[in-house]
Design a protein around this ligand. Sequence first.
Ligand code: SF4
Length: 333
Amino acid sequence: MRFPFDFTLKQAIHQAKMSRQGRRYPTVCMLEPLYTCNLACRGCSTERHTGKLSDRLSVARCLQAVEEANVPIVSVCGGEPMLYPELPELLSELIARDKYIILCTNAQLLDTKLFGIVPPDRHLFVNVHLDGMRKTQEYVCNRSGVWDRAIAMIRESKQRGYITVTNCTVFKETDVNELEELCQLLTSLDIDGIFISPGYHYESVKEDVFLTQKEIEDKFKVIREFAPKYKITATPPFLDFCCGETELDCAPYSTVNFTPKGWKAPCYLINTDRYYPDFKTFWDSVDWEYWEKHTDQRCSNCRMHSGFEQNAVAKAMQNPKEILRLAAWQFAH
Ligand code: SF4
């Protein structure tokens, strides 16, 4: 199966329960306990790697946010979560609450901060940022040696029994053939999943590394061709959307973002400087109808997984042929 059965079941139960209460609900809480990082990657929003460690969230505040959002999945990112001193306590508390954790990391510190400290668990997915082969990764991360270290850490993570996945952002410079080479390498390492999504053009990033809509479509048509051979986690309807073949509303509420500044509105990508201290005020204040239409200029080239995957699947579930296609995709690997 592409995703573990318990993980899929938990999501399905959540969606069945929540959709009875309304069509808008969150499924993932993107929890950023700190805005401190050991790298400063080119495609990353500047605020995410320039913050002070002393401004980090407490474990209690993180847990309160997750409870408020009432989600089955918590994506722990930042910043670099390995630099969060209370990481073992945070992970063990989330696991105790039956939350599934996508631990997003550049992998450089996994051996000193995770391995041998937090044991593997069916709730814990180690998600390594990897945008290409050596030369590309070193360019994106602006640091030599990062690719070799990430690959060594993936190998060790698998050997130690952690569910290990990777996260790849597609930029203007991404060579899709190189991306397939990366998929082949990761498959040989017995990777548990490969997330692929087009990059979002953060206003704070001045370099021209992001894709236009046409460039996204061209690159994703090639990615969609080779996707069935690998454990790529983007669903077929989401890939169709990236290829420009279907229209979807955005669902920015599906992935809600809690940061050291509070709940970020409307989504983690847009630089609005609107943060709310509590979930209810955040949820009630955002004009979801406006953001769903993605007509705002800041949404113009966005095809992010976090905004559109939930609606891609929801739309597919209305069509028996698409349901079969999704089922075949889930059982294909
Ligand atoms: S289209 Fe993208 S940037 Fe706009 S609200 Fe949706 S996820 Fe956020």
